[in-house]
Design a protein around this ligand. Structure first.
Ligand code: GDP
Length: 461
């Protein structure tokens, strides 16, 4: 039954792809990068298609008017086993009397919507076309695991060994390193001792994550989902000297087996379910948070995204090519939360983003995919306005809350430099803004969402 279901699904998707009727959009980013806010805003915009005022709000989404696009309603999800993205719950939070940011989801979720548009046939007769947009959301913590797909246990251990050296000045590496040094690789597993080291290793991962580092693996250690307490999560990288002769049943072999099982049963499954069929990808990056974390965090993001990109197949896609070997043909790297800087800083934010994902972007381009950079805010929580300061007109931000006076958050550097970063860390006022106050039914305001729509959808109708 499973195989038949899979085949039927694949054929159905094949037909949709062949007719160019479906876009499977992956929304990628580190945890707290803004994925949940982004999907909520995107669904909100798509569901206003066809309503009065939508064209005016999306002036740069030129396909909208040209193709007379309207919203066709929620569509049957592609995978009935996957949770639905909790759009209504997200709206309940945002539109509440005291608005709150939507809660991020703790597992994989999907939402699929139908768009209806006008298309001309060969004789220039108009008829209705349908396009399904299938959006996938998953926790950022799990995303990083994709890099494990290509690493053996020994290679994974080696990578972490190198990281302990670079991160020892900024995180507490020594606790788990010291405790782990007491473990005996060639002896049978002592469940309690191993569990103790796993716990300390997980604490280190959590600390790294909180400090904005991207490479936090294995991701299920910090967000186990339904694997909480399972033996498959009871291993650590072996970063100490390895004695000869670690045979069957030894601690080392057991951890290697668990790592392999983790890679195959957890990570590969996740990859198959979420990523293997993506057509387009939006990669959301919170550049300011990374810059606040300092040089190590900044470099870490560049390196991590580069390693991650190895796991996606990019490339221009002909219809037939996509039917047999789906490929991501468009990628957008977006600096999120652009509403937390003033407009005069947008150019710098964009160039900061470019410098941050330089390696990853060149990998995507080298593989033949189209790649764009942009800044955006999915849910705009502050307006940029002018104010007088010491006789000069300056740009400031103002939220919807009367008890919050206008403020100038500060300037941001246009790229990586030690001085630029230090200046930023010292003077930039980074704050988590409260969500905007919205009236029921009011469209969620954003920045540059129309540019993004044109890039994702413009050529598909
Ligand atoms: P996720 O973990 O990637 O799903 O991230 P979320 O979408 O939950 O966003 C994390 C936090 O970032 C939110 O709770 C907000 O505080 C903030 N955030 C997300 N998007 C925006 C935005 O467009 N503007 C502002 N000001 N804050 C945002």
């Amino acid at each position: 039954m499973g195989i038949i279901d899979d085949l039927t699904g694949a054929v159905g998707r094949g037909i949709n792809l062949m007719m160019d009727r479906e876009i499977r959009l992956g929304v990628t980013g580190l945890s707290r990068g803004g994925k949940t806010a982004f999907i909520t805003s995107l669904v909100n915009i798509l569901s206003t298609f066809g309503e009065v005022g939508t064209a005016e709000r999306l002036p740069r989404f030129t396909a909208y008017e040209a193709k007379n696009i309207s919203y066709g309603g929620p569509a049957k999800p592609r995978d009935l086993k996957v949770a639905a993205f909790p759009y209504l719950r997200a709206c309940d939070s945002l539109f509440a009397e005291t608005p709150a940011w939507p809660e991020p989801t703790s597992g994989i979720s999907e939402i699929r919507l139908e768009l209806v548009y006008e298309k001309k046939d060969l004789l220039s007769f108009s008829r209705k076309g349908r396009l399904y947009i299938d959006i996938w959301d998953y926790p950022g913590e799990w995303l990083m695991d994709l890099m494990l797909l290509k690493l053996s246990y020994a290679e994974f251990s080696d990578r972490i060994r190198k990281r302990t050296a670079t991160l020892s000045a900024v995180t507490d590496v020594s606790s788990w390193l010291k405790a782990g040094a007491q473990l005996k690789a060639d002896a049978p597993v002592n469940v309690n001792d191993l569990h103790h080291v796993v716990r300390l290793y997980t604490d280190w991962l959590r600390e790294s994550k909180d400090k904005g580092f991207a490479m936090v693996v294995p991701g299920r250690f910090v967000l186990p989902g339904d694997l909480e307490g399972a033996p498959i999560l009871e291993f650590v990288p072996w970063v100490w000297d390895l004695p000869e002769g670690c045979g069957e049943g030894s601690l080392y072999r057991t951890m290697e087996e668990r790592y392999d099982a983790y890679r195959e049963k957890v990570v590969r499954k996740f990859y198959r379910e979420c990523f293997s069929g993506l057509d387009r990808q939006v990669i959301l990056i919170d550049c300011l948070r990374a810059l606040m974390g300092g040089r190590e965090t900044f470099m870490d993001i560049n390196e991590t995204f580069d390693v991650l990109m190895e796991n996606f197949s990019y490339g221009g896609s002909s219809i037939l090519g996509r039917l047999f070997s789906p490929k991501i043909d468009r990628v957008i790297f977006a600096a999120t939360k652009a509403d937390t800087v003033t407009m005069d800083q947008y150019a710098n934010l964009l160039s900061l983003l470019r410098s941050m994902v330089k390696q990853a972007a060149s990998r995507v381009r080298a593989d033949g995919s189209n790649c764009e950079f942009m800044i955006l805010s999915a849910i705009k929580a502050a307006k940029c306005m002018y104010a007088e300061h010491e006789g000069k007109r300056v740009q400031v931000l103002k939220t919807d809350y009367d008890d919050e006076p206008p403020f100038f958050p500060g300037s941001i550097p246009s790229g990586w430099s030690r001085e630029g970063m230090e200046f930023f860390q010292k003077y930039f006022k980074m704050r988590e803004l409260r969500p905007p106050k919205l009236n029921p039914g009011e469209p969620i305001p954003g920045i540059n969402m129309d540019v993004l729509l044109q890039y994702i959808l413009g050529d598909k109708m």
